[in-house]
Design a protein around this ligand. Structure first.
Ligand code: AHR
Length: 511
């Protein structure tokens, strides 16, 4: 069976924001401790940051990282994580039932971001936190000096402000599991007041290159935790109606899971990418509805700041109240990588509205990078689609027209061939990410029109007869992409044969 996919360079979906390839570090399990921070590790720098991990994060191509949570955020007092380490309190973390030593906090994160070449995306606590705490954290990070709070930052070693631009106002406030969970109206009102005072606290002018200017804040209001919430999409409507004029992004979260307990485990899992597209579509429409209702010309965008595959139902194997326990250490299969690649295609195909994305998470906790205490690292199966797409799929996404056949699943109908075509005009590159979700090999005819004279550059393929294959510390290269001979392009047409259950990534250069 042949699938025809047509793309024309003039029919663009939108610009791909580099921040679509962001990620997330929460004080959860071993993400921070033994993940990015391990002073006794042989590769640790003078700050205690694991250089081996930073190297892998650079390889992935992550430009922005959200911090410090997650559910952890809603019980966190940022003041606990600053100042001399020996004076910082040890606290119970009621989100994950662990002990938080506060050896790593805001200043360490900012330093880590600088070393790793990453833009910080901070979050303020809307669970146990007040709007005052939120405004004062902005002041701590962004105010020049001369106030008690900004002088604290200076005394803690950072004379220059951090100029943090991205701020999440709370986390998953719609979820009863959240510390200090609120109703949509309660949260909407609190988020509006928080946004106001955060902007006011940031209002001071800063001198940059001998010119006075401001670091404008980009504020992200907490949307639905997933589209199975009973409150979805009313939550999003109400929250936006309260906050539209003060915020820049609506957040959305979603994890997909493979479950043997479902009637059609494989089909239901493979339907994830098309389901994610529907979910984004509903929120896109909700934003438009509210924009019309509040008579705003401003376009609020989506920050998809938690997305991934996660076996949410996996039992907890670690006792309560441990410091940095092994939590949520999912080991990803080849099948996970296939669905993961489809989710990335969906983000790209909605890049006109999804302007920020955070793969949740980055190290050890449902993560593409795993570490051993004092030892090795390995790259999960999902590392590879992320790495290649983030590094090559830049510029614009181009609309595709496909005659792929479809299959039914618990979410509805999904395509067997799932694709994203991206055009990096600046570097003269076209990249095509293709998932074959069928159990047979498929011929694909790609017609790439108006891109100029193209020639093949790179052709990678991930295929494996064992859908459950994984990587690990002792078998790090079990599931990796293999290189194929670059395909010929004739009159803009390219023929590919996709193996059953595979992900392919092909790039072309303009001659
Ligand atoms: O990423 C793991 C958790 O998933 C986050 O803490 C929370 O925001 C979400 O429920």
């Amino acid at each position: 069976m042949k699938t025809k996919i047509f793309a024309d360079a003039n029919l663009t979906v939108g610009e791909i924001s580099p921040n679509l390839y962001g990620s997330f570090i929460e004080h959860l399990g071993r993400a921070v401790y033994e993940g990015i921070y391990e002073p006794n590790h042989p590769t640790a720098d003078e700050n205690g940051f694991r250089r081996d991990v930073i190297g892998l994060i650079r390889e992935l191509g992550v430009p922005v990282v959200r911090y410090p949570g997650g559910n952890f955020l809603s019980g966190y007092d940022w003041r606990d994580g600053i100042g001399p380490k020996e004076k910082r309190p040890t606290r119970l973390d009621l989100a994950w039932f662990t002990t938080e030593p506060n050896e790593f906090g805001t200043d360490e994160f900012m330093k880590w971001c600088r070393v790793a070449g990453i833009e910080p995306m901070m979050a303020v606590n809307m669970g146990t936190g007040t709007i005052r705490d939120a405004a004062q954290l902005v002041e701590y990070c962004n105010h020049e000096g001369g106030t008690d709070i900004s002088e604290m930052r200076k005394a803690n070693g950072s004379v220059e402000p951090y100029h943090v631009r991205y701020w999440c106002i709370g986390n998953e406030m719609d979820g009863p599991w959240q510390i200090g969970h609120l109703t949509a109206d309660e949260y909407g009102k609190k988020a509006l007041e928080a946004a106001k005072v955060m902007r006011w606290a940031n209002g001071g002018m800063v001198e940059k290159n001998k010119k006075w200017s401001q670091t404008p804040l980009k504020l992200i209001v907490s949307g639905s935790s997933n589209h199975e919430m009973k409150t979805f999409p009313e939550w999003d409507r109400i929250v936006l109606e309260n906050t539209y004029k003060q915020v820049d992004y609506l957040s959305m979260h979603r994890y997909y899971m493979y479950s043997e307990e479902r009637e059609n485990p494989l089909e239901d899992f493979l339907g994830s990418a098309d389901d994610m597209h529907e979910y984004i579509g509903t929120l896109r429409a909700t934003i438009e509805y509210v924009r019309a209702k509040v008579r705003s010309k401003k376009q609020v965008k989506i920050s998809f700041d938690e997305w991934n595959i996660w076996s949410v139902t996996a039992p907890r194997l670690e006792p309560l109240w441990k410091k940095a326990p092994h939590l949520l250490e999912d080991v990803y299969t080849f099948r996970d990588a296939l669905v993961f690649a489809g989710l990335m295609n969906t983000l790209l195909n909605n890049c006109d509205v999804v302007k920020l994305g955070c793969l949740a998470q980055l190290v050890n906790v449902i993560a593409p990078i795993m570490t051993e205490k004092g030892g090795r690292t390995f790259k999960q199966t999902t590392f590879y689609p992320f790495k290649y797409i983030a590094n090559y799929a830049k510029g614009e996404t181009v609309r595709t027209f496909s005659d792929s056949d479809t299959f039914e699943n618990m979410y509805g109908t999904a395509r067997y061939i799932n694709e994203a075509v991206c055009h990096d005009r600046q570097n003269g590159r076209v990249s095509v990410s293709l998932c074959n979700y069928s159990g047979s090999s498929r011929e694909v005819e790609l017609e790439l029109r108006s891109f100029g004279d193209l020639e093949g550059e790179m052709y990678l393929e991930m295929a494996n007869s064992d859908l459950a294959a994984t990587n690990g510390f002792d078998r790090p290269d079990e599931v990796v992409p293999s290189e194929r001979e670059v395909p010929a392009v004739k009159d803009g047409k390219v023929s590919l044969r996709l193996p059953p259950m595979s992900w392919s990534f092909v790039t072309f250069r303009t001659k």
